[in-house]
Ligand binder design. Sequence first.
Ligand SMILES: Cc1ncc(COP(=O)(O)O)c(C=O)c1O
Length: 391
Amino acid sequence: MKRLKELSFRTKAITPSGIRRLFDLAQKMSGVINFGIGEPDLETPLCVREAGKRAIDLGYTHYTPNAGYPELREAIAKKLKVENGIDVTAENIIVTTGASTGLLLSALTLIEPGDEVLIPDPGFVIYEAIVNMAGGKSVRVPLIEEEDFRMTPEKVNELVTKNTKCIFLNSPHNPTGAVLEFSDIKGIAEVAMDNGIYVISDEVYEKLVYDGAKHYSIASIPGMEDLAITVNSFSKTFAMCGWRIGYVAASRRLINEMIKLQQYTVVNAPSISQMAVLEGLKNPKVKTFIDEMVREYDKRRRFMVERINKITGFKAKLPKGAFYIFANVKELGLKSTDLAELILEKAAVATVPGSAFGPNGEGYLRFCYATSLANIELGLERIKKVIEDIR
Ligand SMILES: Cc1ncc(COP(=O)(O)O)c(C=O)c1O
């Protein structure tokens, strides 16, 4: 047989996610307390689940339009207008299989080989991978603890060149929980407008903000209509990661391109999940569910920070958003991957090494507090003991 031909640059340009590796290791062990995976521990609200079941019985089991059911696109446009101050109609929306696919469609629509794309470092692992798949070049924007891990307009401006095509913005931020101020959002919008750069704004944690922090959508800034791409999902806010529903809101010029991509790839987001989300957007019980969820996470957030700070060598600040704590473990002098593996092996607790989110994440461990207070207490107690033993 002749030598096998090379595979495409797309898969060669990406490596398996650092989060997944530890998660796979943890799956092989028993009794592991999981602070690793970023998923709500709550059930999807009852009315949403019931709407999903009803959708099956009513025969919503066929292909849907590529961009999603028109009623759902309309409901999303209304939500964006009322809650986010973004002036859009159903034509500006494409329903996707989670934010992940929304991010991919955005990247494939915008990025050409040779384009530079600014990504947060540390940042959500998908960004670099999809920039690589699209043939672009990631340019890391270093986020530092001294600036509360904020992506500032000054930093963005410094890294912009004539080849910069777009920026990935993520507030509230995974993995640090940072929430950008209005002045940051406005400043980044100004840099984008001055240079004609697109901004892909990943807002999946928009509802998870604490201590009076507010979430701002960059698409609401006047002048950003053609440049802002808002990506969001119901995975975190409606606690429905497995249902795979998200959306992108952008100019019709961009959305029409994304619809073409979707037509030849994913085809449509799951019909049953679309109907379930439609109910969720209309039913006031879901708003109550979200309010209660945020109150509960807030309690866990405070508790976890307090307990982490009791472990020698661990320092954590109270983050204002998402459901993560990015603890500084530099004092221990270990690589974050070694520390996470040690904690998994000896304490049976899963965390994520900061370096999985980019070189700037080295010296940190990410803890997700979307788990019970009892688990948080026990898991951190176990880590404390292991750290005391090795010192
Ligand atoms: C910042 C960020 N964006 C997007 C996603 C993907 O969410 P979805 O389940 O909607 O694909 C995640 C999931 O963890 C995330 O943390």
